[in-house]
Design a protein around this ligand. Structure first.
Ligand code: ZN
Length: 296
C-alpha cells in the first residue's frame, strides 16, 4: 500500500519485513474485546499514543510479513488483497501495492517459495491469489510457491464456511483455487516451515490457528497471527476476544502465550499491532504484563 510503512527486523540470519495494507485503522475497543471499555483503554498509559487514541479507541494495522532466510522466501499471512468485496466497507477495493512493496525488497512474486497462512480469515489469505483481468479468474499470486494451510484449519472451514462474521467469498477466491491447482500442503500445528522457522499451535481464534516462531543465531522472534489483535490483550489475556470462535480456547492460548513470552527476550511481532509493531512482553514489579514496542 504505502512503501513508507514497510519495516524490517533482523533475527539472526533471518529478516522479517512488514507490508501494510491498512494503516492506523481506528475503532472501538469492543472490536477486539467485547467487555472492555474506552475508560480501561485510557487508563493504560503505555498504550498511548501509539496503540490507542486519547478517546480510548484502539489503533491497529492490517499487514502481512515477508520472512527471508539465506535460502528461503516465505510470506506469512498474505493480508486482504486489492479490489476485493468484503463484508465491511473498509476492506473493500483496497489499492494495489502489495506486490510493488515486495518488489522494492528485490523479490518478485515468482521468487516466493512458501506462503504460510496462520489461519484462513479474509485478512490473512488475500494475496494468495489475484484476479486475472482478462478472464476474471482468481490465479495464484505466487505460482512457484507451496501454500501451507493447517490441516485442522482447512478441514474446519469446509463445514463452517459461513461463521456468522465472515461470508465465504475469501475462501472461494483465495483458498479454493490454490487447493484446486494442487499448490496447497496441509500441515500439522507444529510444522517446521524452514530451518529456524516453525509453527506453534494456538487454536481458539479459529479451529486450527497457529503462530510462527523464528530462531536464528541465538535470536528469537514470534509472529502472533490473530491469537491477539491488540497490545492491550497482553495485559488482559484472560478476557474474551470478540472474534475468537472458541472463546475459552482463545483465552487459554493467550494466557499460555503471555506466560511463555513475558520477559523471554523473544521479539513479539503483532500481526495487527500498530507501529511499533514489534516489541517485547515485559512483566513489571506488580506482575502486570505490558507490551513495550521497539524504540519506546
Ligand atoms: Zn486478522
Amino acid at each position: 500500500m504505502a512503501k513508507e510503512h514497510m519495516k524490517s527486523w533482523r533475527v539472526g540470519d533471518v529478516t522479517v519485513t512488514r507490508i501494510v495494507e491498512l494503516w492506523d485503522f481506528q475503532d472501538d475497543i469492543h472490536m477486539t474485546m467485547p467487555d472492555a471499555t474506552p475508560e480501561e483503554v485510557i487508563a493504560l498509559e503505555w498504550l498511548h499514543p501509539h496503540y490507542a487514541t486519547a478517546e480510548g479507541r484502539q489503533r491497529m494495522n492490517f499487514q502481512g510479513f515477508v520472512v527471508q532466510t539465506p535460502e528461503r522466501i516465505v510470506v506469512v499471512d498474505s493480508c486482504i488483497g486489492a479490489g476485493r468485496r468484503r463484508d465491511f466497507d473498509v476492506f473493500c477495493d483496497l489499492p494495489d501495492g502489495f506486490l510493488e512493496d515486495l518488489e522494492s525488497l528485490g523479490i518478485s512474486r515468482h521468487d516466493v517459495d512458501t506462503v504460510m497462512c496462520t489461519h484462513l480469515h479474509f485478512d490473512h489469505v488475500g494475496w494468495n491469489t489475484y484476479k486475472d483481468p482478462e478472464t476474471g479468474e482468481y490465479r495464484p499470486t505466487f505460482p512457484d510457491a507451496r501454500y501451507l494451510f493447517g490441516r485442522t484449519e482447512y478441514e474446519a472451514w469446509q463445514t463452517i464456511r459461513h461463521d456468522g462474521v465472515h461470508t465465504d467469498m475469501h475462501l472461494v477466491e483465495c483458498v479454493d483455487p490454490i487447493v484446486a491447482l494442487g499448490l496447497a500442503d496441509f500441515i500439522e500445528p507444529d510444522h517446521t516451515i524452514a530451518e529456524g522457522i516453525r509453527c506453534e499451535p494456538s487454536h481458539g481464534h479459529t479451529p486450527g490457528h497457529v503462530h510462527v516462531r523464528i530462531s536464528s543465531q541465538g535470536q528469537e522472534a514470534v509472529i502472533t497471527g490473530d491469537l491477539m489483535h491488540h497490545p492491550m490483550q497482553c495485559a488482559m489475556p484472560h478476557r474474551d476476544a470478540t472474534f475468537d470462535m472458541d472463546k475459552e480456547a482463545g483465552r487459554q492460548t493467550r494466557i499460555r502465550f503471555v506466560d511463555t513470552y513475558a520477559d523471554s527476550g523473544v521479539l513479539v511481532i503483532g500481526a495487527h499491532f500498530a507501529e511499533p509493531t514489534a516489541g517485547h512482553l515485559v512483566r513489571d514489579a506488580d506482575g502486570e504484563v505490558w507490551f513495550r514496542g521497539l524504540g519506546l
